[in-house]
Design a protein around this ligand. Structure first.
Ligand code: CU
Length: 156
């Protein structure tokens, strides 16, 4: 346990030294790093949200859902190749965040799917959404809006 703590601390130091100050949020043993979403064209009904989740605890955690001010429904999705085609599917049981590990939600992989958008998302804005975890509970996060089709979060 002490070893793992030291490793995480070392990793944090390396990150701090090599990149722009990250937006990090804590919920119990979970650390949520740099939440962001992609901007949407006017008639879009869905938007993808991304964040890296680290479980610094001893117990497994699970991202199970959320709520957003700009969407009627929030699901947790996975992109995966099936029969040679990239498809996404809802993870009905949520996304496991194993103890001591980081899981990245990023374009082409796991993502938060904001559905039935009530307003388009404009690049440069920040929108707020809540992510719900078991057993840690819920946390509201600011999601920076990156340009349409962006593959990485907006620069700070
Ligand atoms: Cu999706």
């Amino acid at each position: 346990m002490m070893l793992r703590t030291a490793r995480l601390a070392a990793a944090a130091l390396v990150l701090a030294a090599t990149s722009a100050p990250a937006a990090e949020y804590e919920l119990g043993d979970l650390v949520l790093d740099t939440p962001w979403v992609r901007a949407t064209p006017p008639a879009a009904e869905v938007a993808g949200g991304y964040v890296t989740i680290t479980n610094t605890g001893e117990e497994p955690a699970r991202l199970v859902g959320g709520e957003a001010e700009f969407a009627d429904r929030v699901e947790i999705h996975e992109m995966a190749m099936r029969d040679g085609v990239m498809r996404m599917r809802a993870l009905a049981d949520g996304l496991a965040i194993p103890a001591g590990e980081s899981v990245a939600l990023e374009p082409g992989g796991y993502h938060v799917m904001f559905m039935e958008l009530t307003a388009p998302l404009a690049a440069g804005d920040t929108v707020r959404a809540t992510l719900r975890f078991e057993p840690a509970g819920a946390i509201e996060l600011p999601f920076a809006v990156a340009p349409l089709g962006a593959s990485r979060p907006p620069a700070e």
